[in-house]
Design a protein around this ligand. Structure first.
Ligand code: FES
Length: 167
């Protein structure tokens, strides 16, 4: 046998190693990716898939469920946290319940923010404020009246791992 053209597998076979021993050798000699994966290599170790959202998050027929085990939404398990999903602002209120309201200020459509310190929503554009019931707490600093925010129903699953928002 010509040693200059001897492949690694041919060399190992010449040593009398079995096929399984050859595979073990390859696994040790390579990055391990072809021979199985480690738990820390799993991009989604919690078992959730996709973007953590199932359903419709925009438009007139909003109905979706969030996977609170997903990295994007896990923070919503903590009181005082909030997320915007499609057209909806979801807040885990400081009183421990969930609120879901339109994210768009009824004045000129600016995206609202949840304020955990006061447990309400505020508009950064002209200062309007809304209660979690959707009621206008303070109108725009430019004057005039604005309508209440649309409120959605937010229901936490019994195991606390998913939140369903419906119209
Ligand atoms: S857009 Fe929100 S107060 Fe004007």
């Amino acid at each position: 046998m010509n040693n200059e053209t001897l492949s690694r597998s041919a060399f190992l076979r010449s040593l009398g190693l079995s096929t399984s021993a050859l595979m073990a050798f390859y696994c040790i000699g390579t990055t391990m990716t072809a021979c199985g994966s480690k738990k820390e290599d799993d991009p989604d170790p919690g078992g959730s898939t996709g973007n953590g959202i199932t359903g419709t998050t925009t438009g007139s027929n909003i109905q979706f469920t969030l996977d609170l085990k997903h990295n994007t939404f896990a923070k919503l398990k903590t009181a005082g946290e909030s997320s915007i999903v499609g057209d909806v602002l979801i807040a885990h209120t400081t009183s421990g319940t969930y609120a879901a309201l339109s994210k768009m200020c009824t004045h000129e459509g600016t995206t609202l923010g949840f304020r955990s310190a006061t447990n309400d929503l505020a508009c950064p554009q002209h200062g309007s404020e809304f209660k979690l019931t959707g009621e206008v707490q303070k109108g725009p600093n430019t004057g005039g009246n604005i309508p209440a925010l649309k409120v959605y129903k937010a229901t936490l699953s019994a195991d606390g791992n998913s939140l369903t928002v419906t119209s």
